[in-house]
Design a protein around this ligand. Structure first.
Ligand code: DC
Length: 227
């Protein structure tokens, strides 16, 4: 029986994890699992339920009402909240902040852990998030911690928002990112940190193509897969 291959990509917001993971998954014909979207869906639920960001624990008694499903349409992950496709709705900056807030709650992490592990059970996956190499898939054959300077990450996030036609202010994007970095790395529940056996890749000075090449090299070395 052949074991499935698991590739874990962790790192701070805006380092390019999802862009890289999506491209690599296409080339490898692996399933791409975006775990951030799941936290964003829980965050959206909280937002819609009228929970304040500062009093995020108020979501806890409602956890059993949250129904999250993942489907793949033409190879792309779609996320459903209570049967509604919220894949686009969860991409706003506000949803990102709510996602970061709910993700600090251990009960929310526990709630999503089973779904994330199940997705990696019977298929080759490339999964991105904050704790994939440390908590969700500790046996992953490849673990990459992708990072870049906060300024560079803010610059990229800003450009992406502008391109999508969403209103954005660089200083605000930068401040939000620093706040999110702090919250994601200082929380006690599965804080953002590289797994002991992860390869850290600092992409500050790399182009998208260079980062992709370097990641392919790492994957090739660890799995024997020629990407
Ligand atoms: O990757 P993203 O920006 O879509 O993630 C949104 C938030 O969700 C992020 O600030 C931290 C949290 N998150 C997490 O705690 N663990 C994960 N595996 C993925 C995301």
């Amino acid at each position: 029986m052949s074991r499935t291959i698991q590739i874990a990509i962790d790192g701070p917001s805006g380092a390019g994890k999802s862009t890289m993971a999506r491209l690599l998954a296409q080339q490898l014909r692996f399933v791409y699992v975006d775990t951030g979207a799941m936290y964003r869906a829980v965050g959206l639920f909280a937002q819609r339920a009228g929970v304040e960001e500062e009093e995020i624990e108020a979501i806890l008694p409602m956890l059993n009402e949250i129904q999250i499903d993942i489907q793949y349409v033409d190879g792309n992950q779609r996320i459903f909240l209570g049967g509604e496709d919220v894949s686009e709705a969860v991409r706003t900056e506000k949803s990102g902040r709510y996602a970061s807030a709910v993700s600090a709650l251990p009960a929310v992490r526990q709630f999503l852990l089973g779904l994330q592990r199940r997705l990696a059970e019977n298929q080759n996956v490339i999964m991105d998030g904050r704790d994939i190499g440390t908590v969700i898939l500790p046996q992953a054959q490849v673990k990459i911690f992708l990072t870049a300077s906060p300024e560079e990450r803010a610059r990229r996030r800003f450009a992406e928002l502008r391109q999508k036609g969403q209103p954005a202010d660089y200083d605000q994007v930068y401040q939000d990112l620093l706040e999110r970095d702090q919250r994601d790395s200082r929380r006690t529940a599965a804080p953002l940190r590289p797994a002991a056996d992860a390869v850290t890749l600092d992409a500050t000075a790399y182009s998208l193509e260079e980062t992709l090449e370097r990641m392919k090299q790492i994957i090739g070395e660890k799995t024997g897969y020629a990407v």
